[in-house]
Design a protein around this ligand. Sequence first.
Ligand code: OOG
Ligand code: MG
Length: 254
Amino acid sequence: MADLAGLAQTVDDAARQASAIPQLTESAPLTPEQSYRIQALSVGRRLARGERRVGVKMGLTSRAKMIQVGVSEVIWGRLTDGMRIADGGTLERTRFVHPRIEPEVAFLLRRPLSGELSPVEALAAVEAVAPAMEVIDSRYRDFKFSLADVVADNCSSAAFVIGPWAAPSSDIANLGMLLEVDGRVVQVGSSAAILGHPLRSLVAAARLSGQAGEALDAGWIVLAGGATAAHPLAAGMSVRTVMQALGSVALRVA
Ligand code: OOG
Ligand code: MG
């Protein structure tokens, strides 16, 4: 019987100390259920330290992301307020192992969501949408992992930044986006890359989180998943995502 609490402490300590660890599955195989349990326990350690749960992140919802990390299954992780950076704010490079950044679409929920829904039903629970970026930082050496490892590591989530909120009536089906570093474009994409439509990612979030017994809550944020491959971060960089119709979101790396 795997020591799930011990493994949760291992990934949580690695994140806190910004030190890379070997993949958990190098020591013993993990089932998907066990890896999601480790994730829940490690985020539970954050909550016990005073962080507050603020939502869900979806992962590997675009082909670009699946190809970059070599895992092709939609995954989900848990967001806390401790991961949030203000728009235009600063990220301390030294707090992370090997951070990367990716453009995302964020949803803000006005009411709880859970179970099997149509995109139209999911949209009815959306208060607002925004351009966003996620900083991912696998705690595993060389940013390499299996499906079970990345899930246990809260799907590499490290930080996120949300731009200006817009009415959910905005058409988000196919929004062009640019990821810029110091004013230079490093990734180009479209929101259509996210499962064909970012609302499908919200539908998947409601289903998967519901299956885990955690309905998406009113006031929560759902990150729909990177629309392009992620870009490595280094100290001194200014990073911005510009999204058609929704505007831009930025951060600096100190
Ligand atoms: C896994 C997390 C994937 C996304 O947006 O697809 C993710 C990783 O790339 O390390 O956050
Ligand atoms: Mg992401």
